[in-house]
Design a protein around this ligand. Structure first.
Ligand code: SF4
Length: 396
């Protein structure tokens, strides 16, 4: 080992020691840990795991959900997406209200508490077919239809909607927050480089980092519990990765509304524009999760287990405290080739790592008071779904 490396390793070790006192990692150290000598990684993971235990000792959560792909039409063309369709593509579909209710009612029987609405961004701006479909359904836009379907689920069932519709104005955040206790938008990356020709977002007008940050900020101004996150391995540099996490942290420091940060790894799928890209390695993913934990020691951190199968339980070693939405009924329509683990397996793997698995609602316990403080159907439904600690009343 060179003298320079020894010095670097020494300062990184000192940074890890600081995290034991609850201090976040510096940007410089975070960047270095993403590429440092592998010999340092066990200490990095141990520090991240210790930070998680200080934050949420002995517990790992998940949300039992149904996945509702309200429409898979989308005006964007992200290089890694297998979900989106043009209207003439096989499998293009916009769900009817009856289809939505049928899925949600099945989920109700299986103890689900979240209806995750995932859909393409503003397809009616590009496709007359979508405008006609919305007109037939009686709505002016995809967001009007989404709002009505969230209200339907809230009114007719015990599941709580969690919409993920893409970019939102302040007005639409206000409207959707009236019918859902939380919502989400993946920041993905703050790197403008991903918009250049041939990169992941070169034909995705809704993936402009500034616009996504604006949506997350608007949600913060309205104190809406918000889920966001980082997409790992789509062409970003280690520094971009850290800066994306820091941008999320800055917004949370200002508004206190980030209920959860997802660290999602890119997976190759046949037929996507990025089908020949390298996937992030397991080591890369573990380093990134650990760095995220040490940058945000008191924020809920999630990584999807189906995208790290079969050894997904290693993510617990890097400091996550949540497995995200898991469905006993519907596939992961975003990653259809990657089935979710069976809930019993998830429980056993979690317990083998020394934690208890707990079912949470689509709004985390610490964010419940801001929903329950506003009288109405939404708070009534959330109160009925929560146990005394704020987790799902129908626990696994
Ligand atoms: S990732 Fe989302 S915004 Fe991008 S193409 Fe797929 S559905 Fe559209």
């Amino acid at each position: 080992m060179s003298h320079a490396t020894e010095t670097c390793c020494g300062s990184l070790a000192a940074e890890l020691a600081e995290t034991q006192r609850g201090l976040p990692l510096s940007r410089r150290a975070a960047c270095q840990f993403l590429t440092c000598d592998p010999a340092l990684v066990p200490d990095l993971l141990a520090a991240a795991r210790a930070a998680k235990e200080r934050f949420k000792p002995g517990i790992i959560t998940y949300s039992r959900k149904v996945f509702i792909p309200l429409t898979n039409l989308c005006r964007d063309y992200c290089g890694y997406c297998v979900f989106r369709r043009d209207p003439a593509d096989p499998g293009a579909h916009t769900m009817t209200p009856d289809e939505v209710l049928a899925v949600v009612r099945e989920g109700e029987k299986l103890g689900c508490t979240e209806a995750l609405f995932s859909l393409g961004d503003k397809p009616e701006l590009l496709f007359p077919e979508m405008r006609q479909a919305l007109h037939r359904l009686g709505y002016n836009s995809t967001l009007h239809y989404l709002e009505a379907m969230c209200a339907l689920v809230l009114r007719e069932t015990s599941l709580l909607p969690h919409p993920n519709p893409g970019l939102l104005s302040g007005e639409w955040i206000r409207r959707l927050a009236a019918v859902s206790p939380s919502m989400g938008l993946m920041l993905e990356s703050t790197s403008a480089e991903l918009l250049r020709a041939g990169a992941a977002h070169d034909n995705a007008p809704d993936k402009l980092p500034g616009k996504r940050l604006h949506t997350i900020q608007e949600a913060g101004k309205q104190r809406v519990p918000f889920t966001t996150g980082l997409l790992v391995g789509i062409g970003e540099t280690p520094e971009n990765r850290v800066d994306t996490l820091l941008a999320i942290r800055d917004l949370h420091d200002r508004y206190g509304h980030i209920q959860e940060v997802i660290i999602q790894n890119f997976r190759v799928k046949p037929g996507i524009p990025m089908e020949n890209w390298p996937e992030p390695t397991r080591a890369d993913m573990l380093r990134t999760v650990a760095v995220a934990r040490l940058l945000m020691p008191r924020v809920n951190l999630q990584a999807p287990p189906n995208l790290s199968a079969p050894d997904y339980d290693e993510l617990l070693d890097a400091g996550i405290n949540d497995w995200g939405g898991i469905s006993p009924l519907t596939p992961d329509f975003i990653n259809p080739e990657r089935p979710w683990p069976h809930l019993e397996q998830l429980r056993l793997r979690t317990e083998a790592k020394g934690s208890r698995l707990e079912q949470r609602l689509p709004v985390y316990p610490e964010f419940l008071p801001r929903i329950l403080g506003q009288p109405g159907l939404l708070s009534d439904r959330v109160r009925a779904a929560a146990d005394t600690e704020g987790y799902a009343r129908r626990a696994a």
